[in-house]
Design a binder for this molecule. Structure first.
Ligand code: GCB
Length: 623
């Protein structure tokens, strides 16, 4: 008789194989701390030494065995070896302290001319002083590292993470040096891969490095790891949410939720999982909206600590072809934005850069921004809350993706979950987008539908969307009938009449639309390139006049769509894109910006501004 292995063994085997298949996503990082920047005890921003390592010498020995998988775990650059003073000194062929330094946060491409096009491994090291205090817990937190990061503290590996735009966090309690002298080393690798998310082909710069804040967060032994404080779905007078504790004392603890200005103070008890859920009447709340972005100081305390946040309260729903913000019909006057400061140019590095981008959007008359094509900085979401801008937040499921690869799906789902986890308390975020311009096909439909289901399961209070594609017939009809549209709340599509097809801007008003879904239409993209300062007539491609005529005629054409409830034309500012090779007009930039790479507003900026003025007058007055 054959002996069947015990169920536990089978499960372990299955999980093990799944872990191998899933790659990085199976390498556990601790679940993300909600509002981590509020727990910051030490910033690790600033100057980091770096070593460019295209051959990955610091990672593999000459037989290409990874040092960090060897018996001793030693030999890699993460050891941060110093010259030996022994009689027979060991040969050490690197030295962080005598290597160049770059600023973190910051992509490497814009900090060293020889790194502009670099794709590969760079090691970054920072030494810091922090003496751990007994009874406290510590977490090392990175806002984002593009794309694959191996992270080491004091020579020991914490883990590996893939995905260039979501936070990375490891608990380091017990791993900080008792004498307070520590160093962190990151192997950042921005090599593009077919099965990655995004895949090898994008229309943005593949910036490498530690592009967002780095810090150590401190917490008491039992602490508030997560919370959600929001209005219940479609209900303007009920607060709902939870507080989740982590740590030995998480069960049966008291947690107090205090929103003093709204007269709300409630003490809750955590259950067997360390969670306290609540549903509270909240009748007199002043609602958050772009016209009045009211934020309340919300504090949560569990005795050991108090976490402060500023949270706005609003509802968002659709009804037929209407979008209802706090129950009132709205028009989403938007613009698409990349996480890039065109003036550096490079990834936005801090609040000043982010504020500049959103201030431009406000000048344009926006009440809405599409943060394309990947999760943006948490600080950007907080600024949108504060400045009164609705947000479309997206994951980089862009163009073609390895639809049939389970690890790719898992990676996309993890990025989506991390984005939702980070943004769930932000009033500004009203749309979760699961992808952009993905091609029709069964495996893709399954992949995307699963992401839609995941997003809904994690957060049913916001709208779910994706930027779809369209197709045309010879009778000049533009059809939007992608079956994915069925499961989405908005009908959103990218439409490039007058630029990629459809003739000159003056010819595009011949098109009419055939849209399958009775849902609000929020156009996710249209636009065309213009080189600021280059002038011609409305038929001269690349001129400001061409772009202006394109906007005039697009707006005419789109106004014929009955369910039109918003748009995010492409794009606020010119941005670097390796695909854009024209030596005169592009020079490595996508020039569809309404603002140039030197900060100059092009003519079309004012066309859209005028249209938004009219829409605001129609929707915002008296409603
Ligand atoms: C698109 C893409 C966007 C590109 C844009 C363009 O449809 O979604 O990422 O940058 O077109 O300029 O072609």
């Amino acid at each position: 008789m054959t002996h069947l292995p015990p169920l536990k063994t089978v499960l372990a085997l299955v999980l093990g194989v799944a872990g191998l298949l899933l790659g990085s996503s199976a390498l556990a990082q601790t679940s993300l701390i909600q509002n981590a920047p509020a727990r910051r005890v030490l910033s690790l921003n600033g100057s980091w030494n770096y070593i460019i390592d295209p051959y990955e010498n610091g990672f593999y020995d000459y037989r290409r065995e990874a040092f960090d998988k060897s018996a001793s775990g030693k030999g890699g650059y993460y050891d941060n070896q110093k010259p030996s003073t022994a009689q027979e000194p060991e040969l050490i062929e690197y030295d962080f302290d005598h290597s160049a330094a770059m600023q973190v946060p910051g992509d490497w491409n814009s900090q060293d001319p020889k790194l502009l096009y670099y794709e590969g491994t760079i090691w970054l090291k920072k030494s810091f002083k922090l003496a751990p205090v007994a009874g406290k817990r510590y977490f090392l937190y990175f806002g984002a590292i593009n794309y694959e990061a191996h992270i080491y503290l004091n020579g020991k590996k914490l883990g590996m993470h893939q995905g260039g735009f979501t936070p990375i966090q490891y608990e380091v309690t017990g791993k900080l040096s008792p004498n307070g002298e520590n160093f962190v080393v990151v192997k950042a690798d921005n090599t593009r891969h077919l099965e990655a998310v995004p895949t090898i082909n994008t229309d943005w710069w593949n910036y490498g490095g530690i592009t967002r804040d780095v810090f150590i967060a401190e917490a008491p032994e039992t602490f508030i790891v997560d919370y959600k404080v929001q209005l219940a779905k479609g209900n303007l007078s009920q607060l709902t949410g939870y507080v989740q504790l982590d740590g030995a004392g998480k069960i049966g603890q008291s947690v107090t939720l205090n929103i003093a200005e709204a007269g709300i103070k409630q003490t809750l008890k955590t259950d067997g999982e360390g969670r306290a859920s609540f549903n509270l009447p909240a009748k007199k709340l002043k609602l958050w909206s772009p016209l009045s972005p009211k934020l309340y100081a919300v504090s949560l305390s569990n005795g050991g600590e108090t976490v402060q946040d500023r949270i706005g309260f609003r509802t968002i729903e659709t009804k037929g072809q209407d979008i209802l913000l706090n129950g009132k019909s709205t028009f989403m006057r938007g613009i698409s934005i990349h996480d890039e400061n065109p003036l550096i140019p490079g990834r936005a590095r801090g609040e000043g850069d982010l504020r500049m981008l959103l201030t431009w959007a406000k000048e344009l008359g926006c009440n809405y921004v599409r943060l394309a094509h990947y999760p943006h900085n948490e600080a950007m979401l907080k600024l949108a809350d504060e400045m009164g801008l609705l947000v479309w937040a997206e994951v980089p499921v862009y163009w073609t993706i390895a639809w049939q690869n389970p690890a790719t799906y898992q990676n996309a789902e993890t990025q989506l979950s991390d984005l939702i986890s980070m943004g769930k308390n932000r009033a500004s975020i009203v749309v979760w987008s699961v992808g952009n311009e993905t091609p029709l096909g069964d495996p893709r439909l399954t992949f995307m539908t699963n992401l839609v289901k995941k997003a809904r399961a994690l957060d049913d209070t916001r709208l779910i969307a994706a930027a779809l594609e369209l197709h045309r017939t010879p009778d000049n009809v533009i059809h939007v009938d992608d079956p994915l549209g069925e499961s989405l709340d908005l009908t959103s599509f990218n439409e490039y009449a007058g630029w990629y097809w459809g003739g000159k801007p003056s010819e595009i008003t011949k098109y009419t639309f055939d849209i399958k879904y009775n849902k609000p239409v929020v156009i996710s993209e249209f636009g065309g390139d213009a080189l600021a300062g280059y002038h011609g007539d409305a038929d001269t491609r690349w001129s400001e006049e061409y772009q202006e005529a394109l906007y005039v005629n697009q707006l005419k054409m789109l106004s014929t769509i009955k369910g039109l409830r918003g748009m995010t034309p492409w794009i606020l500012a010119d941005f670097r894109a390796t695909r854009r090779q024209h030596p005169v007009y592009q020079n490595g930039f996508n020039r569809k910006g309404l603002i140039s790479s030197t900060g100059v507003k092009k003519k079309a900026f004012y066309t859209l501004q005028e249209y938004y003025r009219q829409q605001a007058a129609k929707y915002d007055s008296g409603k």
